[in-house]
Ligand binder design. Structure first.
Ligand SMILES: C[S@@+](CC[C@H](N)C(=O)[O-])C[C@H]1O[C@@H](n2cnc3c(N)ncnc32)[C@H](O)[C@@H]1O
Length: 507
């Protein structure tokens, strides 16, 4: 056995006990027997660095309560009154460790003497936090280890803290590249290697590769795409056309958005401090979302608008991002938007999103979009189907989501997507247009849904979605391929929005 191997074994001996579940401890996924937060919040703050404490609590909420980091983090930052610097550190720590969970777990697994399933989840979360500091941040190794151990002592206990100390010291013996080369030894499959090095589940890497090819992109772009998923997204703003102004945003640190009209962007800063955001006349919205909504609003129609102007429908409207833009555009064109959302709390969000738009231009209803076609056949000139989807195009914004999603969900969603699109195509007037949109580039949710439908029907025509996007964008996007369009984080710095524009032929 090599000296390194002997050293590791001695380390394993030392590690035995502290992090191990005893027979009464729950399995992973069950409520932990140890109440790791027995100390009062004030005690915990005294003993642990506040930014790391916030990051740890965010990670615990994600692992234990299935929470969303982007919702928990701002609340925790407020609760612990973190200043700007600590808030930034807490964000980097929690988002970074959550995003890279799969890769960090593979590294941690090499440094503990048992299956990761047998390590208490709170201990694992602390190890992931420490690993991120050691391998991906410019924090001196002794500080990364000491701060994590201090945190663990304050919130989990002395025994686990010494276990964490020993494991982190082993992890710190190599840098990230060193770990990847050890873990990747003998692995030939490029998908497995990309999954490890860019911290994505393998099935998602496969799906993204297929998606690139399905949209005429070279498969080699996968590296840039995976890297873009791991980068912090810029904040995009939209001034509702004819309603909002970006003056205030420009006076802060926002700059004019290069791709979409009435848009602004910033890589830092808190948009919540702008009064125009609080009033709702300016909204935080990904530029890809803005562009697909505008493309539907501007595409020429052959349908005859009703007497009171065109009727527009947003079939899946919650929480109301696209509905707000569509309603503002409808208001300028003398059209009217019906926004549908089946879930009460999300329908309420849609109403809130629409408050800045004159109320005669919109109405919110609650219903199952699948029933719309039967209930209101041939009634609408333009319909947005922004279907529930896996969200694989918005991984930048939700650090934990890639590890939660499953291929089975995609199959389930694609059935719902087909039904919603089918219903919309019944509800659209002859000559009218349906926009089918997902914030996922997964072929099972995008091209397969559209192709299957077009194959079966001869009363439908696929319009050129790439050209429609170029009409509304401020510069050529080159997003179209064989009729549909796909935006990409690595090319357009937007979420990976898919757009198909389907016209119902006039009989
Ligand atoms: C991708 S989100 C829409 C995002 C929205 N268009 C926006 O820009 O803010 C999909 C929405 O569809 C809703 N939904 C789920 N099942 C539905 C159904 N059967 N009919 C209509 N909407 C549904 C979800 O509740 C969710 O709010």
């Amino acid at each position: 056995m090599s000296e390194q191997g002997r050293r590791n074994d001695r380390g394993r001996e030392r590690n035995r006990g502290a992090g191990r579940r005893d027979s009464e401890a729950p399995r992973r996924g069950q409520a932990p027997a140890r109440k790791f937060s027995e100390a009062t919040p004030a005690q915990r703050v005294r003993e642990a660095d506040p930014a790391r404490l916030v990051a740890f609590e965010v990670m615990r909420a994600v692992s234990k309560d299935n929470a969303y980091a982007n919702l928990v983090l701002p609340a925790k930052i407020r609760q612990y009154r973190l200043d700007k610097r600590d808030a930034g550190l807490a964000t980097e720590l929690s988002y970074g460790a959550l995003r890279a969970k799969g890769s960090y777990d593979a590294i941690i697994a090499r440094c503990v003497d048992r299956a990761l399933n047998d390590v208490e989840e709170a201990i694992l979360d602390a190890l992931r936090l420490g690993t991120h500091q050691l391998l991906a941040m410019r924090i001196p190794p002794h500080a990364a280890v000491n701060q994590t151990v201090g945190l663990a002592r304050a919130v989990i206990g002395a025994g686990p803290a010494s276990f964490i100390n020993a494991v982190l010291r082993k992890i710190g013996t190599k840098d990230l590249a060193g770990w990847f080369s050890e873990l990747g030894e003998g692995v030939e499959d490029p998908v497995k290697l990309a999954a490890l090095e860019h911290a994505h589940p393998e099935w998602i890497v496969r799906a993204l590769r297929q998606a690139l090819v399905a949209h005429g992109r070279p498969v080699q772009e996968i590296t840039a795409l995976l890297e873009a998923d791991n980068a912090a997204p810029v904040v995009n703003l939209l001034a509702l056309p004819g309603i909002g102004s970006l003056e205030e945003a420009f006076a802060a640190d926002f700059t004019s958005g290069p791709l979409a009209p009435d848009s602004a962007l910033s890589s830092g800063g808190d948009p919540g401090r702008l009064s125009s955001i609080r009033e709702g006349s300016v909204r935080v919205q990904d530029v890809g979302s803005q562009l697909v909504a505008r493309a539907l609003a501007e595409v020429p129609l052959a349908s005859k608008g009703s007497k009171g102007g065109e009727r527009w429908l947003d079939l899946c409207a919650g929480p109301g991002g696209k509905a707000a833009l569509l309603a503002a555009l409808a208001s300028r064109k003398g059209a009217r938007l019906l926004a549908n959302e089946p879930l009460e709390h999300r329908a309420e969000l849609v109403r809130k999103a629409l408050t800045a738009v004159p109320s005669e231009s919109w109405e919110v209803v609650m219903g199952d979009g699948r029933a719309f076609g039967e209930e209101a056949p041939e009634s609408f000139d333009r319909i947005m189907v922004d279907a529930p989807c896996s969200g694989l195009g918005a991984l930048r914004r939700r650090p934990e989501s890639r590890w939660r999603r499953t291929p089975a969900e995609v199959a389930e969603l694609s059935q719902l997507q087909r039904e919603l699109l089918g219903s919309a195509l019944k509800a659209v007037k002859p000559g009218g247009v349906v926009a089918y949109v997902t914030c996922s580039p997964h072929p099972a949710e995008t091209t397969a849904v559209v192709d299957d439908l077009l194959y079966k029907r001869d009363d439908l025509e696929l319009l050129d979605a790439g050209a429609a996007l170029d009409v509304v964008a401020l510069q050529g996007l080159q997003a179209g391929f064989e009729g549909t369009a796909q935006l990409w984080p690595h090319l357009h710095q937007t979420d990976a929005m898919f757009l198909a524009l389907i016209k119902k032929k006039e009989s």
